[in-house]
Ligand binder design. Structure first.
Ligand SMILES: [Ca+2]
Ligand SMILES: [Ca+2]
Length: 174
């Protein structure tokens, strides 16, 4: 615990994100090029936490600006034509897509004829939302959750609550 607090104090002094995460707006993001099925990618994200102990989750794309940021993040890896997993899915109710925090999709950017629940391709059920670039243009597709894809994790930077938390931590330690 002491180590966690001290390392978080250090993190605050430099950046507010877990190691190798990039801050954008009030969140921290990291792209993982290891391809995993959606559920395993989701679990992999949850192993990273911010200094408040909140676990990371797969990325949500609630605005056009979120997408532009993700496109930039994908520009840091090679090759850049990956499709990456987002937290978006319609696992619980077909055609009702939600982000990882349970919110319904409002802004959407589906590729043409998507989401199709697999009817245009394999005939398999498609419940997990992948983000990809087609000629540099961001687009979404519902894909089979079992497919292995690189993925992007996000966690709130916790900027607003830092002082309360760290004051408390400092009292405990010192
Ligand atoms: Ca579906
Ligand atoms: Ca599809």
């Amino acid at each position: 615990m002491r180590f966690l607090i001290l390392s978080c104090l250090f993190v605050v002094a430099t950046a507010r994100c877990p190691a190798l995460f990039t801050q954008y707006d009030s969140n921290c993001y990291r792209i993982f090029v290891e391809a995993l099925p959606w559920i395993e990618a989701k679990m992999a994200c949850s192993r990273f936490m911010n200094c408040q102990g909140e676990p990371a989750s797969l990325i949500s794309l609630k605005t056009r600006l979120d997408e532009i940021f993700l496109k930039k993040l994908m520009g840091t890896i090679s090759p850049q034509n990956y499709a990456v997993w987002t937290s978006g899915n319609d696992i619980h109710t077909e055609e009702v897509f939600r982000w990882g925090d349970g919110t319904l999709f409002q802004y959407v950017n589906w590729a043409q004829e998507q989401p199709d629940n697999g009817q245009q391709s394999s005939g398999e059920i498609e419940n997990c939302v992948a983000f990809f670039l087609r000629r540099g243009r961001p687009l979404w597709n519902d894909a089979m959750c079992e497919l292995e894809r690189p993925f992007v994790c996000m966690v709130p930077s916790g900027e607003q609550q830092d002082f309360g938390y760290y004051d408390q931590g400092a009292n405990t330690v010192y």
